[in-house]
Every structure is written in C-alpha cells, then in structure tokens.
Design a protein around this ligand. Structure first.
Ligand code: MG
Length: 243
C-alpha cells in the first residue's frame, strides 16, 4: 500500500513535470493497483484454475433447444454429434470470453465441401465459427474451417487430417448496444487454430446465416451452441473463461 501511495504521489509529480513538457521520473508511469490476480495454468491443454469446464467427463453443462437432457454420445470425455438430435446449447450464458475447444472430423471421410465434417461453434447463439473437415476439401473460402461463416475466411488453413484433434482458442468480445437497441460496437473475435492465428481481431458484422446478410439486433449475454449438421464430429476438453 505504501508503494501505491508513493506511486500516486509520483504520478502527480510526474503530471506536474508533464505540464512542462517532459516526464523525467520513471516511477511516474508505474501502475501498481490493481494487481492482476494469479491464475494457475492447466498442464498442457487442461483448463486453467479459473475456467468454467463445459466439457470434461459429462454433458451436464449442455441441453437441447427444448431443454431436454443431451442426446449426443459421450465416451471417455469425447462427445460426438448424434445426427438428427439437433444442436446443443450451454445452460449458462456468456458475453466477453476466452473459449478453448477441441474437435475432430470423422476418420471415415464421407461427402465433400460443406457436407464433410460440418459442425459449428456459435458464440452468443448467433455468430458461427465454422467447424468443417477442411483437410484437402475445397469449399467456399468463407465457409471453411475457422471462417466466420459467410463473412470472413480464415487467414490460413491450419487443419489437422480427419481423425486427428484440432484446437480452437477463441477470444471473443461481444457487441455493444445502447438503450435504444442500436449497435454502438461490433463483436470482435480472434481465433487460434492448432496454435496458428486464423482470425486476427476480426469484426463480426452480425449473424451468420446460410442465406442472406448479417443482421445484428440488440441482445444480451447468451449461450454457446454447437451444431448438429448431420456429421459425426467429436468434441472434447471445452472450457471457458469470462473476460
Ligand atoms: Mg457449420
């Protein structure tokens, strides 16, 4: 605390110096309070100490749209889409966040383009970061793995082969709306795919529909949802940190 008071005094002193055009004391630009809290990183890709685990060894964090218990399969911490059962949604709602998610396209390669290993991570239930088997599988660029669907293609293709795990580390800043429901700041997202930056602080212009243009009516915190696109995409080790 004593150091903190000294810092404040130093800043005042520094300011008075600044008025004359120059800061000469290095202490004047030190900020001591608040101090960022300590977070213990997880070993390897394990959740850090302050993360909310969304997928570990059970499906408790998820529901179907009608609120029913999850019908996707889970075995040894690996959750797999059960085609035809529908998308799944977190019970909890989120805004700004850091999301870690691991996913795998089916080892048996079927179909092509958008029909191969298609799923998706929807931030705030609206904004899809595409999940697709984009390993030697051409489709429209703004629809391949790691695209902000139908908006922004990934910077590169960092896809693992079918049957091997991919990681997405997603840093998301939610859009802001004023009291009249007018958007005053777009959402932004950074996506790191297998350690490679593929979306670098990308503006999300609005929803990511299959047909049509983005729309962005006002909304608050909302769920994360994963897409059942009819393919046997698997997920594991999903965790999130609120920012
Ligand atoms: Mg999709």
């Amino acid at each position: 605390m004593r150091r903190s008071i000294l810092s404040v005094l130093a800043i005042v002193a520094g300011f008075s110096t600044f008025v004359h055009g120059q800061i000469t004391d290095p202490v004047a630009t030190e900020i001591w309070e608040p101090e960022p809290r300590v977070v213990t990183p997880g070993a390897s890709q394990a959740p850090p100490s302050d993360a909310i685990v969304l997928l570990g060894d059970n499906l408790d964090a998820w529901r179907h749209k009608d609120g029913s218990a999850l019908n996707w399969t889970i075995e040894d911490g690996v959750m797999t889409v059960k085609p035809g059962t529908g998308d799944i949604f977190t019970k909890e709602k989120f805004a700004d966040c850091q999301l870690h998610i691991e996913w795998r396209a089916p080892v048996v390669v079927k179909s092509e383009g958008q029909g191969r290993g298609n799923s998706g991570v929807f931030l705030q239930d609206r904004y899809e970061v595409q999940v697709l088997d984009s390993y030697q599988n051409r489709t429209y660029s703004n629809g391949q793995a790691g695209s902000i669907y139908k908006q922004t293609m990934p910077l590169v293709n960092a896809m693992s082969p079918p049957g091997q795990w991919n990681t997405y580390d997603i840093i998301f800043k939610a859009p802001r709306f004023n009291d009249d429901g007018i958007k005053v700041a777009s959402a932004f997202v950074t996506v790191i795919h297998n350690g490679v930056v593929i979306q670098n602080h990308t503006e999300i212009r609005g929803t990511t529909p299959y047909i049509g243009l983005p729309k962005n009516p006002a909304h608050g915190d909302d769920v994360i949802h994963l897409q059942d696109h009819g393919n046997l995409v698997s997920y594991r080790n999903i965790w999130i940190r609120k920012l």
